[in-house]
Design a protein around this ligand. Sequence first.
Ligand code: SF4
Length: 371
Amino acid sequence: MTDGELNQFRESLLNWFRTYQRTLPWRSNRDPYRIWISEIMLQQTRVATVIPYYEKFLARFPNVKSLAEAPQDEVLRLWSGLGYYSRARNMQKAAQQIVAKHGGEFRHTREEVLALSGIGEYTAAAILSIAFDEQLAVLDGNVARVLARLGAIRGDLREPKRWRQLQLSADLLLAPESPGDWNQAMMELGATVCSPRSPQCLLCPVAQFCQGRRLGIAESLPEKRKKRATVAVQLMSVVLLDSNSNALLLPPPTATTKNKADDHVPSLVSKMWHFPTIAAPKASANALREFLQSELRMKKTASLKPELLTEVRHTVTYRAISVAAYLVRVKQLPKIAEAKSVSLLDTLALSISNLTRKIARNALHHLSARR
Ligand code: SF4
């Protein structure tokens, strides 16, 4: 592109963005805290899903200090349903770092922002450019797809060498006078016009500069990544219920509380309070009894009658996970350090994952149907 074309390209995209941008709650002002929360929530999550979570979260934690001081359980409860809970934990940790090191104020330098928990290159560039107009170009999957189509770039975009080249292209295109608007314009173009499956080139403000369109290959870009083969994983979860309708929950795994009972699977299932879970080649009542005996130290398991509640399927990266959930009624819950006994109904009010919630709901439904 000549300098003249580059200027025209920038002008076309910025004008389009300033005219047609969607009204989104985090665009109402340039508060770095609000931008930061939105960027973290939007990672791997659609805009429409994020909006109600964002509004509730901001209503409860309107600034860095309120987030830093909140009980972690409350932060996770407001996050519950968005998934990838490490994002919420890291965000709170970063809020505490900002309060402790910078008196609750966001710093303007890339290095200081990158030093915060859970903030990588993309998020740092997004916050600093949008809030403070720092000249940092964002590059995420959305922007990479637009760049690949504009430049007709083939191959796996996530290969480190190609990703670095894309970052250089993003840096070169960045409008130096308006980096915040520019980054948002690139992201908006990827989200609304240059969409993954069917780019709407007829509506595109920069179609005249697009090599992919000119060559007729825009829709086939970016080329598919080589997929890792899917691995099937079978798990069993058990709702142990005593005669007072209390269930046993195991804690989120940490270096000190990691429980032998399910130390090989919780990261696949949940990093929050969860029902005891094991991996088994095949779900069966016998395998479950063995687990209760060997790992939870329960006695006379032969007389227990596991009732199958539901089979839940979900996918974590390349693993296709199937979780068979059982209900086992016992007189007394086993004594396990760090575990807690909670009324089954009350588990729904805890910060638990969607999977654990689904199992608890199934157990409640199963019990009420038996009455
Ligand atoms: Fe994307 Fe089409 Fe615009 Fe190229 S012309 S950037 S493929 S929408």
